[in-house]
Ligand binder design. Structure first.
Ligand SMILES: CC(C)(COP(=O)(O)OP(=O)(O)OC[C@H]1O[C@@H](n2cnc3c(N)ncnc32)[C@H](O)[C@@H]1OP(=O)(O)O)[C@@H](O)C(=O)NCCC(=O)NCCS
Length: 377
């Protein structure tokens, strides 16, 4: 980059090479390790995507059985992590509890700094297996319920719903969650993944990288947007009020509609296309498409604006989750339950070809100020 040119927010800056993910923002295309996200969402389970992201190829039957068994074997929250969750002050934000619990997991790993290939794989599997248990335990504890133990009969997505609701989900709900997890698992050098890579590039450990990534994901401009979407839908209340609501809100030129716009996509996010179908399907199964209808109306309004804006992944996930009886405060944690494996894949890739990440900044302060001793200031 020529001296003097500042890429605010690193927009458009290529900071490294990666084989994990490619996004074509103008075309609305997303690939994990060369596979189109639409094919993966249609055909794969989350466990297959876990293997793909950690090993760089889709698993065959035996490999899928192995990674599924590895994930199941890694289940079971350590008692100290469970008590960290239980002792969180009432009213704590679920993402803060997840961040603290993820960090606490590292204290129960006898070799937290083992950055060997096998050590990294084991840590990635462990974190991926434990995230649903952390999120669900916190969800139940804050509702005054006892956490339930994982169900060995169930795969990752179905088990997550089991952990949340304490009953086996139907096949449709389990598949909807599975697809949502597939869609959120990876997204190139987004803010939380880049955070993980920055931490990994210091040769720190995977737990530290993932803990930092959770902090980045929490922000409303990143993973926190899905909670904002459902709050907007609830605030609008009914389909007939969409236009008036948006007209009123956009009188403030600083207004940001959650679930719209993206740094990379300049058209509709392909993940939103898939989730839109699930939003409608889940609504129909539950006997009301009200939230889906409101969402499509908002999408139409936003497309018709002078500067059109398109839905991102957070937009239709909100109405889908709402129809699955999932409360807004766990939408961002659900994102993390999926994305954790993408973060781990990037930590592994970063450390395999490492270069410390340390950009420059243009100094705009004063220099050579006269120094005054304390008594004279
Ligand atoms: C994701 C996001 C942070 C990307 O931001 P960015 O790449 O830095 O783009 P900018 O913030 O510079 O936005 C570009 C323009 O579009 C507008 N814009 C972008 N997203 C908008 C939104 N959701 N609502 C209203 N206006 C929006 C900005 O106001 C800006 O307009 P201007 O050129 O007239 O100043 C931004 O689109 C946003 O805040 N979206 C809402 C939060 C969200 O859904 N996040 C989840 C992302 S997956």
């Amino acid at each position: 980059m020529a001296e003097g040119i500042i890429a605010y927010g690193l927009q458009g800056v290529i900071v490294d090479e990666t084989r994990i993910c490619q996004i074509f923002g103008d075309q609305g295309k997303l690939y994990y390790y060369g596979y189109n996200i639409l094919d993966l969402a249609e055909n794969c389970t989350y466990e297959e995507v876990v293997y793909l992201l950690l090993k760089g190829k889709l698993p065959n039957k035996a490999e899928l059985e192995q990674v599924t068994a590895d994930l199941k074997a890694a289940r079971g929250l350590p008692e100290s992590v469970l008590s960290t969750i239980k002792s969180s002050p009432k009213g704590s934000i679920p993402m803060d509890v997840l961040r603290t619990a993820a960090s606490a997991v590292s204290l129960t790993d006898p070799k937290p700094d083992d950055n060997s290939a096998e050590g990294q794989y084991q840590k990635a599997i462990r974190l991926t297996a434990l995230f649903p248990e952390i999120v669900a335990a916190d969800y139940r504890v804050r509702r005054g319920e006892q956490p339930v133990k994982s169900n060995p009969k169930l795969g990752h997505a179905a088990n997550f719903l089991w952990l949340l609701h304490g009953k086996e989900p139907g096949a449709d709900a389990a598949r909807t969650m599975d697809v949502a997890l597939v869609l959120h698992a990876e997204h190139s050098f987004n803010a939380s993944t880049f955070t993980a890579r920055v931490i990994a590039a210091t040769l720190s450990d995977m737990y530290s990288a993932i803990t930092g990534a959770i902090g980045a994901l929490k922000g409303p401009l990143h993973g926190g947007a899905n909670e904002g979407v459902i709050k907007t839908l609830l605030e609008i209340g009914e389909p007939g009020k969409v236009k008036g609501y948006l007209d009123e809100k956009f009188k403030d030129k600083n207004f940001r509609l959650m679930g719209f716009g993206h740094r990379v996509y300049k058209t509709v996010d392909p993940r939103a296309i898939v989730l839109k179908k699930y939003s409608e399907k889940t609504g129909k199964e539950r006997g009301t498409t009200k939230w889906y209808d409101m969402s499509t109306q908002i999408e139409t309004q936003m497309k018709g604006r002078e500067k059109p804006l398109y839905p991102n992944v957070d937009f239709y996930s909100a109405s889908t989750y709402y129809m699955m009886d999932l409360p807004p405060e766990i939408y961002t944690p659900i994102f993390a339950v999926s994305r954790v494996v993408g973060w781990c894949a990037h930590v592994i890739e970063q450390q395999a070809h490492n270069k410390l990440i340390r950009p420059d900044a243009k100094y705009i302060g004063e220099l050579d100020k006269p120094f005054a001793p304390l008594a004279k200031r």
